[in-house]
Design a binder for this molecule. Sequence first.
Ligand SMILES: Nc1ncnc2c1ncn2[C@@H]1O[C@H](COP(=O)(O)OP(=O)(O)OP(=O)(O)O)[C@@H](O)[C@H]1O
Length: 258
Amino acid sequence: MSLVKLTGVSVRHNANPVLHNVNFAIDRGEIVTIVGPNGSGKSTFLRTIIGALRPTLGAVSRAQGLRIGYVPQKLHIDPTLPLNVRRFLSLPHSVSDAAAQKALEQAGAGQLMKRQMTKLSGGQFQRVLLARALLCNPQLLILDEATQGLDQPGSAAFYQQIEQLRRDLGCAILMVSHELHVVMAASDRVICLNGHICCEGAPEHVASAPEYRALFGTGTQGALALYRHEHNHSHDHRCGHDHAHDPQTANAELTGPH
Ligand SMILES: Nc1ncnc2c1ncn2[C@@H]1O[C@H](COP(=O)(O)OP(=O)(O)OP(=O)(O)O)[C@@H](O)[C@H]1O
């Protein structure tokens, strides 16, 4: 059974339709990335999955007792507030030193326990948010533009950490990102959202889909290939070559264009 399943889900904000007839499921251990232009409903989609928003039509089902870890798009911390990482991880629920340290290590931030939150770099801050999401030992980890503001090497390192987490913890990962060239290489499946699911499939397939190209142009595919090439050299667990790309085959394998 899927961890979360959306069937015919539509969502309105006030009277405005934001999501229309969305069908989606994520299984254990999968990494799924949502891409889409600004205002296309990505955050609304994630908030519906978490249960923070109710669909106006359709149904959301979750595996019983599902544990979800959520890394938000932004988190503002009052710069005048003295708050170190250890105390931050105990908000709102107190956690042990051992649990806090373990979560930080899983997030690649094992040295940050005593640091002030407001003194962290952008990349360190995101890793602490990730550690906080890991405290519940999630079966599904959800990240909303988690690398906003990081430079490209910082983003690439962050997403490699995500892949490592999937290997170590076996959790499924659902993330939103604009950084297609970095994120797509780490994803099993990419969904292109623009109020509805325009197209979905393996990263290379979506990158060549007409619906995707209409929204994002054609420029990202070269960057994707470049990233994948570099990525393979630094990680010998992946296959060491790129697969020849045939747009016609790719399009044939896409599901659900509307
Ligand atoms: N709480 C709200 N009340 C009213 N309208 C909202 C609310 N939240 C979002 N919207 C509207 O719903 C639409 C989709 O917003 P959403 O934040 O889901 O898009 P997004 O794809 O995540 O955007 P971005 O890439 O800019 O973060 C937008 O038009 C937005 O203005």
